[in-house]
Design a protein around this ligand. Structure first.
Ligand code: PMP
Length: 354
């Protein structure tokens, strides 16, 4: 029996997301490919006792204890907070809850994070691409032209992956009051940015959705825990559509434990930002490096003379970065996560040898 023919038409043609770990499997010593926190997770010794409980009961479907702890740090009320199985779950829910398959469309701004497009494909929702300018900023005229009455969501990633820059705040503020759909600002890397978060603006705009995550500065990528902050109306719709127990009890327990250790996280952020500026300066010294773009994130984008050759030579030395040279506006570019000071040294030494 040909099971493949049973798929929905849009799934037959789907190009799935390719994670950093799909593209590289094997033995390596330095992983600078997935923009994780290279230092570790901010968990302390109390963790084992926190986890010593039975798991026979279902977890709190609305994760109120965890949201309360997050609210104390972010200053966003619980009723304006949604927690997902990674921010990827919130991205998928935006489609399932707000976009009519085959009718509605969303706008994405390439080069940007790949899941906006993959989730659109899974949900059979049209994607309209309005490329960023050569300075990796918004093409406001292009966005205005792409919008029609079926445009439900605009995804703005700031700081943007893979370019690393923040999007000019006033450009986003031009879109927010004028667009009739949802404006999603993906702030996965906001902890590393000079620009302040848009969560302070939630009370101004009922159509604003801010995504953040525990996968980056918080060092908990393996837990799969993402946040969406929005108006009560948006959050209530998310809660209506999400699977009942979408955040498991172990994740809730471990995240609560981690939240007690914010000083450790802040210290890692300070080191990462300082090392990022140092790495940019060091890379600019190399003959093989043509340009290093300014970054507000925990990674940098660098244009090099031979991207794929450099990538392969680093792999041979057990150092994994991300080859973004086939991505629009990123021709010849590599994306490199800021590692520990030791890892950054290893990377630089390897690049000098190539
Ligand atoms: N948004 C951006 C911009 C990202 O780079 C990533 C992960 N690489 C995500 C969202 C997904 O994060 P999470 O682990 O919370 O699903």
């Amino acid at each position: 029996m040909d099971i493949t023919s049973l798929q929905r038409e849009n799934i037959k043609n789907l190009k799935p997301y390719s994670t950093a770990r799909d593209e590289y499997k094997g033995q390596a010593s330095v992983f600078l490919d997935a923009n994780e926190n290279s230092f570790g997770s901010p968990l302390n010794g109390e963790l084992s006792s926190a986890l010593q409980k039975d798991y026979n009961r279902y977890p709190d479907p609305l994760q109120l204890d965890l949201k309360d702890a997050i609210s104390k740090i972010k200053g966003v009320p619980i009723e304006n907070t949604f927690l997902g199985n990674g921010s990827d779950e919130a991205i998928d829910l935006l489609y399932r809850a707000f976009c009519e398959p085959g009718v509605d469309n969303v706008i994405i701004l390439p080069p940007t994070y790949g899941m906006y497009e993959v989730s659109a494909g899974i949900n059979n929702v049209e994607v309209r691409r309005v490329n960023l300018t050569p300075q990796f900023q918004l093409d406001l005229d292009g966005i205005a032209e792409a919008i029609d009455e079926h445009t439900k969501v605009i995804f703005i990633c700031s700081p943007n992956n893979p370019t690393g820059n923040s999007i000019i705040r006033t450009d986003i503020e031009t879109i927010l009051p004028n667009f009739k759909g949802l404006v999603v600002i993906d702030e996965a890397y906001i902890n590393y940015a000079k620009q302040r978060s848009f969560i302070q603006e939630l009370t101004e705009y009922s159509n604003l959705v801010v995504l953040q995550t525990f996968s980056k500065a918080w060092g908990l990528a393996a837990l799969r825990l993402g946040m969406a902050f929005a108006s009560r109306q948006v959050i209530d719709i998310f809660n209506k559509v999400k699977p009942p127990y979408n955040i498991n009890q172990a994740t809730q327990d471990i995240a609560l434990n981690a939240l007690k250790n914010i000083e450790q996280v802040n210290e890692w952020i300070r080191v990462t930002v300082a090392d990022r500026e140092q790495l940019i300066a060091d890379l600019q010294e190399l003959d093989s490096v043509l340009n290093v773009y300014p970054s507000d994130a925990n990674f940098i984008l660098a244009k090099v003379k031979d991207a794929t050759g450099t990538y392969n030579a680093l792999v041979d030395q057990g150092i994994i970065i991300r080859d973004r040279s086939k991505v629009i506006l990123c021709e010849g570019c590599l994306r490199i996560t800021i590692g520990t000071p030791e890892e950054n040294k290893t990377l630089l030494a390897a690049l000098k040898d190539i």
